[in-house]
Design a protein around this ligand. Structure first.
Ligand code: ADP
Ligand code: MG
Length: 221
């Protein structure tokens, strides 16, 4: 589903180059939930940003469903909008929108009718066990509830790939556990591939497979 080869990413701190990824390669199958695990600074977010087409300034190749990633910003944005979903550490919900409106947003961007937006948003809210909270704004929800809304938003347009960067790092361990379980169950049910960055080994162990990173490299098992 997702293949990457010879990925190399260099940042610049003033005139100082910082190599964040070197010679990174891997293959991720459709429907798989993969943990990207490694200490802070090992390159997890950098790799997720490349795989999620949020950063296109790198060397190497990525293919998605057999096709190379587009080079143009507009095609990249289209692929991101239609085939990908994102979950972040800080939830990143829109504070003035209700839970269902936050979830419906990707459907709006993908041209769904108002009626479909609401129907699908409510359906998936039920799957993350928050149907009762459809009209609540994020500020009136707990951290774990907000992250479940964010997961519903990432999945509502049935993307092929969900990128999650430290999705449980702002949550206590019990809540984090629940969030991981919901991601895994829904990912498997919908056949969605998940790539989840985490510095927490315990979280990583719950995924189908672990890709370990150290100093910008994938460690061979
Ligand atoms: P992780 O997500 O595993 O903590 P990152 O991908 O954020 O790691 O960072 C990898 C390396 O790249 C680190 O050395 C970090 O300091 C560096 N880095 C990340 N973002 C930037 C940036 N915008 N400018 C310069 N260096 C960066
Ligand atoms: Mg990071």
């Amino acid at each position: 589903m997702l293949q990457f080869q010879q990925l190399r990413k260099q940042y610049h701190l003033g005139r100082q180059p910082v190599v964040a990824l070197s010679d990174v390669e891997g293959t991720i199958s459709g429907g798989e939930m993969v943990a990207l695990c490694g200490p802070s600074g090992s390159g997890k977010s950098t790799l997720l940003n490349l795989l999620g087409l949020l950063d296109m300034d790198y060397q190497g190749q990525v293919t998605f469903g057999g096709a190379p990633y587009p080079k143009g910003a507009q095609q990249a944005a289209e692929l991101r909008r239609s085939k990908m979903g994102f979950v972040f550490q800080r939830f990143n919900l829109v504070p003035v929108m209700s839970a269902w409106e936050n979830i419906a947003y990707p459907l709006l961007l993908n041209g769904f009718s108002a009626q479909q937006q609401k129907q699908r948003a409510i359906e998936i809210l039920d799957k993350v066990e928050l149907a009762k909270f459809a009209y609540h704004r994020p500020g009136h929800l707990s951290g774990g509830q907000q992250q479940r809304v964010a997961i519903a938003r990432a999945l509502v347009h049935k993307p092929k790939l969900v990128i999650a960067d430290e999705p449980t790092a702002s949550l206590d361990s019990k809540t984090a556990q629940r969030v991981i379980e919901i991601m895994k169950a829904l990912g498997h049910e919908m056949g969605t591939t998940f790539v989840v960055a985490t510095h927490d080994q315990k979280m990583a162990m719950q995924c189908d497979r672990i890709i370990s990173m150290t100093d910008g490299k994938v460690s061979k098992e």
